[in-house]
Design a protein around this ligand. Structure first.
Ligand code: BES
Ligand code: MN
Ligand code: ZN
Length: 491
């Protein structure tokens, strides 16, 4: 699919589907749209009246226009109230249009959309993102494609001449989101610590990033007892992945992104029981997927920022060498942890990854993790929890997420709740009481960061969509990649 600017006037464009974005106050059609309506023998006004179309955001209606017209179909999509227009509105409206156009077997599609904030670059980028994210289909595990219909081949952005760079940027970001979706969607017999490391290696090779993969012995030398404790029951070797993007000149900032990389979480000896969703636990590397997706995008975008991409990848399994509930592990900062629940494994792997990142001398660290069911209970499926003692990093991330259209909500780091992690025998336990379970998880992580501003994103909810939602189809969402990219770019 090729997305391109095209300055053909609306009234002269020829192709399968012309999509027009309409505000709630403009359904009476004026100017060019009135002319188009006349040319189409009043069909647009008739359609609007018949369907009682009020241009509420993302509502779409469409019609076949008479034979002999240069266009085959017109799609009208609502954009809501003009004063409420956000980039995300355009992204989702583009997704709604793309889905209709695909279903209508269009090969060519044109968008006639208004500008957001007088910013043609941001607008073109959002339309290009929404279109591609909505149309992406994962057919890797089907022996035959179910969708044999025609694919959309060209997408013209009418009135966006000169915005090639914005479209390229969208393509680069989307390539990272799709990588993250593919990594999360692939089952645990496909995405293992080994293949995750290979994926990181491939990004490094393709885009000229530095890569270091620490093997079990390297991690032992660094004293990563918390990570290795989780890894010890698996038949697969753990891989500590460290990818680095360095800009050509002196970096403006240095950042680290860490992703929880549990390629499968059985729970360990505190095994996940019936109804626990154990069969979905391939998604437990969603943080690592977002990290590698961001790496792929950033390697192409080439900002003036040094970025470290880190994941302590392993499985949480059961076997004769599994951690016993009650075992005491020592992390690489010397702190001891009583593992009162082997299913709270993500924080153990992150502990050593945070200690490692804290020593890199970066300006800030963000970790992403499918860490707790408690966060999903608190914020639902669409919203990530943001936990940080640092107001500056919090507002950078909130801004980045707003621009990306990814939802996150700041949660309290209530220090008093650390009491729930007090251990009689070690420095701390890994699991607190059920109430406030996502907060104690964040407070646990905080013990492993000493020198660097840090934020934690619990993405257990938004990593996966059960239903179609905007440009997300049911399945892996690639959540986090776009916010991370904006954060690194400072947007
Ligand atoms: N990977 C899970 C969290 C999770 C739950 C992710 C649902 C996605 C969807 C994590 O390792 C886990 O098992 N957390 C436990 C922690 C508990 C033992 C303190 C949980 O949330 O129940
Ligand atoms: Mn677990
Ligand atoms: Zn887990």
């Amino acid at each position: 699919m090729k997305i391109q600017p095209n300055d053909t006037p609306l009234l002269e464009w020829a192709g399968d589907c012309l999509a027009i974005g309409l505000f709630e106050d403009a359904v009476d059609l004026t100017g060019e749209l009135a002319t188009l309506n006349e040319r189409l023998a009043g069909i647009l006004k008739e359609l609007i009246a018949e369907e009682e179309f009020t241009a509420k955001a993302y509502n779409t209606i469409f019609t076949r226009v008479g034979v002999g017209n240069p266009i085959r179909k017109v799609i009208l999509v609502g954009l809501g109230k003009p004063e409420a227009l956000k980039l995300e509105t355009l992204r989702r409206a583009a997704a709604a249009v793309a889905r209709v156009a695909k279903k209508q077997k269009s090969k060519s599609l044109a968008f006639s959309f208004p500008l957001w904030n007088n910013d043609p670059a941001a607008t073109a980028q959002a339309i290009a993102e929404g279109t591609q994210l909505a149309l992406y289909q994962d057919t890797r595990f089907k022996s035959e494609p179910e969708d044999k219909g025609p694919q959309i081949e060209t997408v013209d952005l009418l009135g966006f001449s000169g915005q090639e760079a914005a479209i390229t940027r969208a393509n680069q970001i989307v390539s990272g989101v799709i990588l993250a979706r593919q990594l999360v969607a692939a089952p645990a017999n496909e995405v293992t610590p080994i293949t995750l490391a290979e994926t990181a290696q491939a990004i490094a090779t393709d885009h000229g990033l530095n890569i270091e993969i620490l093997e079990r012995e390297d991690c032992e030398k660094l004293g990563m007892g918390a990570f290795l404790g989780v890894a010890q029951a698996s038949d697969l070797p753990p891989k500590f992945i460290h990818l680095t993007y360095k800009p050509e000149g002196t970096p403006k900032r240095k950042l680290a992104i860490i992703g929880k990389g549990l390629t499968f979480d059985s729970g360990g000896l505190n095994i996940k029981g019936a109804g626990s969703g154990i069969e979905t636990m391939k998604i437990d590397m969603g943080g690592a997927a977002a990290t590698l997706g961001a790496a792929k995008a950033i390697a192409q975008l080439k900002p003036d920022v040094e970025v470290h991409f880190i994941s302590a990848a392993t499985e949480n399994m059961i076997s004769g060498h599994a951690m016993h509930p009650g075992d005491i592990l020592k992390a690489s900062n010397g702190k001891t942890i009583e593992v009162n629940n082997t299913d709270a494994e993500g924080r153990l792997t992150l502990a050593d990854a945070l200690v490692y990142a804290d020593k890199l001398g970066v300006d800030a660290i963000v970790d992403l993790a499918t860490l707790t069911g408690a966060c999903v209970i608190a914020l639902g499926d669409d919203i990530a929890g943001l936990y940080t003692p640092d107001d500056a990093v919090a507002s950078q991330l909130e801004q980045a997420a707003e621009t990306a259209g990814e939802k996150m909500w700041r949660m309290p780091m209530e220090e008093k709740y650390f009491e729930g992690l007090k251990s009689g025998i070690a420095d701390m336990k890994n699991t607190g009481p059920r109430p406030g379970g996502s907060i104690t998880a964040a407070l646990f992580l905080k013990q492993f960061v000493k020198n660097t501003p840090w934020a934690h994103l619990d993405i257990a909810g938004p990593v996966w969509a059960d239903k179609e939602n905007g440009y997300n189809s049911p399945g892996a969402t690639g959540y986090g990649v776009r916010s991370l990219v904006n954060w690194v770019l400072g947007e």
